[in-house]
Write a protein that binds this ligand. Structure first.
Ligand code: SF4
Length: 929
């Protein structure tokens, strides 16, 4: 806003402007003055309070600052918080678009209760008191009758760290369900098997070579924080290779674009491994120190010398078949590219960073081996946890402990972790309708929390069938900021806050440091700063929009009216014994006791830790953290065992390196488990090493038809976020179609022209969309972004009009479902004048409805890629048509379920105890009946 000139203000004083600033200085946040741009040329001052928070539009948790107009208390705009160590003042388009969501004329402002039959989408306003009382009575009855697997909390994006774990454990239920296995479950398993940490944390900024599986620069999991660091590295001379079937924006910015057949990525990575092994790029000292090579030789080659040289010889032997020529033929890529990229990786050495999250890992049967093979490369080059390398999320994510931890639950919910998938990461959430249909359990009270399974998950009509059946789901409570396809089938729709309307604490592995970010209800904070008291956040938010943190406190307190259920004690104030905790006290205790360095930093500014977090919105716990596996551990009172592990009182405290204990990794051996004894013990020894599993969309698995393709349905757009952005007019204006990408040669072969209506036939149905004919995708593959195709009903139920077309959908009662567009997106009347200027009309096509569930036999991850037939649309087909057979969907589920391996369940337990599990139960619950 500022220049170096002086001007005369309307009142006659001199305006003194300073230099251009990217953000207001923090010492002016209580009264930031700007000129009103709309009043120009008059110079009218506007006074703002600026309150920091963190974005809620993806999991990256970037910092935001909200400008609250002091004249009317309205949030005027949202920008980046320069004091946030992860995002450093920058955001993607979705951060500032929060302002649209706040002022969306169709947002839910009050708690709603169903009238009419479930699924009609008719609701009436109710009160928070009524909601709390009726839910408390219902859940109390479930607990008193010991039906502790019948309360389920199903979360989309958590947007918080650990809060719900203690709520559910205080209730003593096994009921946490998540979206992980439609997102990242496969990659998690691949990483866990190596090092015990389930997510990578690349130090992109300092890398010399970056290998990206997917379009991380524009849509990575930690999109904006990672993108800015990738570009920093590139500007400093780092090279980038991107593996993607599409010429994405990331690929176009890269030095290498590699476009293998979908599902062959692990073969390509093992091709790199072979080059590293044969051309002297292996970090021998690192491999000797950290691989569990002795365990491998003992198990697989008991006659061999136990020497590192022998191990390396065996490695070369095992992976010798992955020659550049064989890889080129399997993946349909250039053999020389395999050699060139592998050499670039080798030359980068310990400054090689990489990432895979969804993409190949999430698309394919055996996708977890893609992550395992990628981590193999990091391990061979010694670049795990190094400067410019790839650490683990457990290193760079900081989660502070709350004031009291309830005891773990003592039961196991078969609807969450079915016995066929003992190694899954995590809940088989997308199978829920099929698991319920099989009689594995039922649900008394089902909370969906910022989660839209009808639209987001595969096989959405099976979800509708389950949700409509009150015998299977007794009560459905949707906690959500927006109406959605799933809220149509709710009994209560409870409005929950956006980024500026709620408390949450988050940390993410955005770089080689650690930080926490504090999401806060900015109007409440401003109100309290002005001296007014607020008891519950909904008193200060728009309408009666609440936040989950306080909702769970109020509900938990009401369930256990007299403390006899043992719940209430977990929600008593640590400062006022016997009294219900306030949200301030919850975070006050955590910031005072669980975040190293925060009390001191706050005190240096004359603030309490809570005041500091309310003021800055973030805190840097560590500026840099490298190679934590080498951290020394005290040997006092500890002994070294023959297995190289140091133990104190029987508990492993570290692993031997040169005669002293160091922390090591998170595996049972504290080593990098190239060879997985866990998989061996569980009867999956054939997969105990990094390897290549042919995908269900491998070229040999496709139908023998000129119309057969592999459909890649999971690429993201930088401007939309799954189910969360139909309430933003700016984002809907930016992105509003999802045509099917098709290579020019394929299109010519099938007589399809750009923009033609085409039908894509899946295993259980078909959808009709338009073709986008382009050279930017490899042949034999079609691709369609999953973000679009939102819908609402003719009666006005469902998603916002900015992003949703109106549809009719019906079932003939025997599993045959049809969805047809009734009306395009178009202008509509509302309190926002922009709604009458909506010019876009397509809105995209909902493809996920037509996908059968395809749980990977080992990781449990939904294998998103589809084997499809593509043809020109038939007469009578219209854009957006969807047809599905849910009986065929159930048969498809049974087929995948039956392909799970025979497991041995050592010691009669159902999941390795050392594996993470969401809301981990007591070890007794792991025993099979
Ligand atoms: S990457 Fe974008 S959507 Fe995600 S948290 Fe950051 S600003 Fe928000």
């Amino acid at each position: 806003m500022t220049t170096d000139t002086q001007n005369t203000a309307p009142c006659g004083e001199e305006w003194q402007f300073t230099s251009l600033a990217s953000a207001p200085p923090i010492d002016q946040w209580d009264d930031w003055v700007e000129l009103d741009a709309k009043a120009w040329p008059r110079k009218v001052e506007r006074h703002y309070q600026i309150v920091p928070t963190i974005c809620f539009n993806c999991e990256a948790a970037c910092g935001l600052i909200a400008y609250i107009d002091q004249a009317d208390g309205r949030v005027q705009r949202v920008e980046g918080n320069p004091h946030h160590p992860g995002s450093r003042g920058r955001n993607c388009a979705k951060g500032p678009a929060t302002i649209n969501q706040i002022h969306d004329p169709q947002r839910i402002l009050y708690p709603l209760k169903r009238v009419g039959r479930r699924g009609e989408g008719r609701f009436e306003r109710t009160t928070w008191d009524e909601v709390i009382d009726s839910l408390a009575a219902r859940i109390r009855k479930v607990l008193q009758e010991d039906r502790r697997t019948e309360v389920m909390y199903h979360v989309g994006r958590p947007g918080a760290d650990g809060y719900m774990d203690r709520v559910l454990q205080s209730w003593g239920v096994d009921g946490h369900n998540s979206h992980t296995n439609v997102c990242s479950g496969a990659a998690r398993l691949g990483y866990v098997l190596w090092a015990g940490g389930d997510r990578p944390s690349p130090d992109h900024a300092n890398a010399k070579f970056i290998l990206l599986l997917s379009s991380h620069l524009e849509t990575g999991h930690y999109f904006n924080p990672h993108a800015q660091r990738i570009i920093e590295a590139k500007m400093a001379g780092s090279k980038i290779a991107t593996v993607d079937v599409r010429l994405s924006n990331t690929a176009s910015m890269s030095d290498y674009w590699i476009s293998p057949r979908p599902g062959t990525e692990a073969a390509m990575l093992l091709g790199f491994v072979r080059v590293l092994l044969n051309e002297g790029f292996v970090n021998r000292d690192y491999v000797e120190a950290w691989f569990n090579w002795e365990a491998f030789l003992a198990a697989r080659y008991p006659e061999d010398d136990r020497s590192i040289d022998q191990f390396l010889r065996r490695l070369a032997e095992i992976y010798d078949s992955f020659t550049p020529e064989w890889v080129a033929s399997e993946c349909d890529i250039d053999a020389q590219m395999v050699v060139d990229v592998a050499r670039e990786i080798g030359r980068a050495g310990t400054a090689f960073s990489s990432h895979v999250w969804r993409n190949a890992a999430s698309g394919n049967r055996g996708g977890w081996q893609v992550a395992r093979c990628l981590q193999f490369i990091s391990a061979l080059t010694g670049s795990i946890g190094t400067k410019g390398g790839t650490a683990l999320a457990s290193t760079n994510k900081f989660v502070g402990a709350p004031f009291k931890k309830p005891a773990p639950q003592k039961m196991w919910n078969e609807l969450l972790y079915p016995v066929e998938w003992p190694l899954s990461h995590h809940e088989l959430s997308f199978l829920l309708p099929h698991l319920v249909r099989e009689g594995r359990g039922k649900i008394d009270t089902y909370f969906t929390r910022v989660y839209n399974p009808v639209w987001t998950n595969p096989d959405g009509f099976s979800w509708i069938e389950m949700l409509k059946d009150e015998e299977r789901v007794g009560l459905h409570v949707a906690l959500t900021p927006t109406f959605s396809e799933t809220t149509l089938f709710a009994d209560y729709v409870l409005p929950m806050g956006l980024a500026t309307e709620r408390h949450d604490l988050m940390s993410q592995e955005t770089h080689a440091g650690r930080w926490i970010g504090f999401r806060q209800p900015v109007s409440r904070v401003a109100t309290e700063r002005n001296g007014q008291k607020v008891e519950w956040t909904y008193e200060a938010n728009p309408g009666e929009v609440w936040e989950e943190d306080e909702f769970w406190i109020a509900l938990s307190w009401a369930i256990d009216t007299d403390g006899s259920l043992g719940i209430r004690e977990n929600f008593e104030s640590p400062y006022r014994p016997g009294e219900r905790i306030t949200i301030d006290e919850y975070y006050q205790w955590l910031f005072e006791n669980s975040v190293p360095g925060l009390p001191e930093a706050a005190s240096a500014e004359g603030l309490t830790p809570l005041e500091y977090m309310r003021r800055y919105g973030a805190f840097e716990v560590d500026a840099e953290l490298l190679e934590p596996h080498n951290n020394p551990v005290s040997a006092d009172g500890a002994d070294r065992g023959d297995d190289g592990l140091w133990r104190r009182d029987g508990a492993v405290i570290g692993v031997d390196q040169g005669g002293v204990p160091v922390a090591g990794f998170g595996t049972p051996s504290r080593k990098l488990e190239f060879y997985s004894p866990t998989m061996e013990e569980w009867g999956m020894g054939d997969q105990a090493l990094p390897g290549y599993i042919r995908s269900h969309v491998h070229v040999d698995e496709l139908e023998d038809s000129p119309n057969a393709f592999a459909l890649v349905p999971i690429f993201r757009l930088p401007t939309l976020i799954h189910s969360r952005s139909a309430n933003s007019k700016w984002l809907c204006e930016l992105s509003n179609t999802n045509p099917v990408w098709m290579n020019v040669d394929d299109a010519a072969r099938l007589g399809i022209a750009d923009g033609d209506l085409i039908a894509v036939k899946t295993q259980i149905g078909r959808f009709v969309n338009r073709a986008w004919v382009t050279e930017g995708i490899r042949g034999g593959v079609v691709a369609c972004s999953h973000h679009l195709g939102r819908w609402r009903t003719k009666d006005g139920g469902g998603t916002d009009q900015w992003g949703a077309a109106t549809v009719d959908f019906k079932s003939t009662g025997d599993g045959q479902w049809n969805l047809r567009r009734h009306e395009d997106i178009g202008p509509f009347k509302s309190s926002d004048a922009d709604s009458e200027a909506v010019w876009w009309n397509a809105g995209g096509v909902h493809q996920n409805l037509t996908f059968a569930v395809q749980p990977d036999p080992i990781s449990g991850m939904h294998c998103w890629h589809q084997s499809v037939l593509v043809e020109k649309a038939r007469e009578g087909d219209t854009y957006g048509d969807v047809e599905v057979d849910t009986e065929a969907a159930h048969r498809a589920y049974q087929k995948w379920r039956d392909s799970t391996p025979e497991c041995t369940f050592p010691n009669g337990i159902r999941r390795p105890l050392w594996f993470a599990r969401a809301v981990k139960p007591h070890p007794d619950a792991y025993r099979l009946p």
